[in-house]
Design a protein around this ligand. Structure first.
Ligand code: ATP
Ligand code: MG
Length: 449
């Protein structure tokens, strides 16, 4: 651990030396000064854990020292040493933020107790500060489940690009969480205190999209009865999220490219440019490069948007997220409705895990909520799960898009359960050796529910 540092200030050189020696013997790093002005100067350059100051150091007032310390290093604690006559000043010092005061001549036992308290107080303050920042971190991401290595990678990128102002292109199938990630990028960035403005570019015709984004002046078109700021201006100092960017027209793309290059917008019908400061995030659920190849999206804009590419894999390629997401949605539903969180049977989890989820996280979220409304027991059974894309009711497995290993693991689990975890019997039914079964149980980390 780092040595604690104490700065001693007293114009009585004799007592300064004595105290200094005693504290050093206790393993503290001590600096001492008998000149008030020099002490004030030193406080500008160096910080200490604790400052112990006399109330009168020739011409310099101890209160002055206290004020200085609190100004340059608020977390340094100050202990005031007083003569018997100056209790009033000591009280005043306490009001100004001194940690404690001690009478002259200094009793080492008493001083040690005060020092212990001060050090303890400082560690507590540091701990609280650290916990606060952890809590803040926790709340920033409380709504994002990212258990799978694939999503961990995405979150890694989100954190790494936090300090950057670069444009990000987020790609992923519908419902994978592109908007969730866009918000996370904003929340993690230095712009997090600024606004986050999202717009679905696919939902609006070209002219309307332009006036939404860039604003318009009065009389720019029929119905423009007043001048209106656009979203780029609303997002000043923050982030603007352009969703479904692949759905825009080429004419619009030209205009957007110009905005990105110049950091300036022009309101519809206006003649002057307005400079804007908004970080741009864009998203697309079709592979934008493909649209470029098909001449449906401008290549120059594509490159301008894709400074940092973020790809969110479909849910079927990150099955480790399925169970945590399910639990998260169920708990959230129960919290909202005041219901008791139902138990999840293994079959229920397996059904969730084996579904192909073409609508990704959004489909799963909806499926869970629907099922929760209809299921009323204290368990959510596989039958309770209403999954539209789950067609293979016969076998109970939806093997679509699963690897051989995944299928094997699930099949072994099912057989083991069917024969009550009698491994000899399971091996016989699976037509594999007992040792092979044992090895696979270890390898796949299959556990009895
Ligand atoms: N990792 C995640 N953790 C928790 N909830 C998530 C996660 N990813 C997505 N969701 C939830 O799933 C739903 C869909 O997410 P989002 O709207 O971000 O997807 P999207 O990719 O933008 O979809 P679309 O392409 O349809 O616009 C939202 O309700 C969101 O809260
Ligand atoms: Mg979206």
């Amino acid at each position: 651990m780092k040595k604690r540092t104490i700065f001693l200030i007293d114009d009585d050189k004799g007592s300064l030396e004595l105290l200094s020696m005693q504290l050093e013997a206790d393993g503290v790093d001590v600096k001492s000064e008998s000149n008030g002005d020099r002490a004030l100067m030193l406080l500008n350059d160096q910080t200490f854990d604790i400052v112990i100051t006399d109330l009168m150091i020739d011409k310099v007032d101890g209160i002055q020292v206290l004020k200085k310390v609190k100004e340059v290093s608020p977390k340094t604690e100050v202990i005031i040493v007083t003569g018997h006559a100056s209790v009033d000043t000591a009280v005043q010092a306490m009001k100004l933020g001194a940690f404690d005061y001690i009478n002259k001549p200094i009793n080492m036992g008493e001083l040690n107790i005060i020092l212990q308290k001060a050090f303890q107080h400082q560690s507590l303050v540091a701990e609280v500060k650290q916990l606060r920042s952890q809590v803040k971190d926790y709340y920033r991401f409380v709504d994002i489940i990212a258990t799978s290595p694939n999503m961990q990678k995405v979150m890694g990128i989100v954190k790494r690009i936090a300090g950057s102002n670069a444009t990000v292109l987020i790609e992923g199938e519908s419902g994978t969480g592109k908007e969730v990630i866009a918000r996370a990028i904003h929340n993690y960035s230095t712009r997090s205190k600024g606004p986050f403005v999202a717009i679905n570019c696919g939902a609006l015709p070209e002219t309307l999209l332009e006036s939404e984004l860039f604003g318009h002046v009065r009389g720019a078109f029929t119905g423009a009865t007043a001048t209106k700021k656009g979203l780029f201006e609303e997002a000043e100092g923050g982030t603007i999220f352009l969703d479904e960017i692949g759905e825009t027209t080429q004419a619009f793309q030209v205009k957007l490219l110009r905005v990105l290059q110049e950091n300036e917008i022009r309101r519809v019908g206006d003649t002057r440019d307005i400079s804007v400061n908004a970080r741009v995030l864009a998203a697309s659920n079709t592979v934008l490069r493909q649209l470029v190849d098909e001449d449906r999206f401008r290549q120059d804009l594509f490159f301008r948007l894709r400074v940092i590419p973020v790809y969110i894999p479909p849910l079927r390629e990150r099955r480790e997220d399925i169970v945590p997401l399910a639990k998260f949605f169920i708990e959230r539903y129960c919290e909202r409705t005041g219901r008791v969180v139902p138990k999840l049977r293994k079959e229920t989890l397996r059904k969730l895990e084996t579904c192909s989820w073409p609508g990704n996280v959004r489909e799963m979220e909806n499926a869970i909520e629907r099922s929760m409304i209809l299921a009323d027991g204290d368990e959510l059974t596989a039958e309770d799960l209403l999954i539209e894309s789950y067609s293979d009711g016969k076998t109970g497995y939806g093997f679509v898009n699963m690897s051989m290993t995944e299928v094997e693991k699930i099949h072994i689990e099912k057989v083991l359960e069917d024969c009550g975890w009698n491994q000899k019997e399971a091996a016989r039914r699976l037509e594999i050796g007992y040792n092979t079964l044992w090895r696979k149980i270890k390898e796949y980390k299959i556990e009895r529910a």
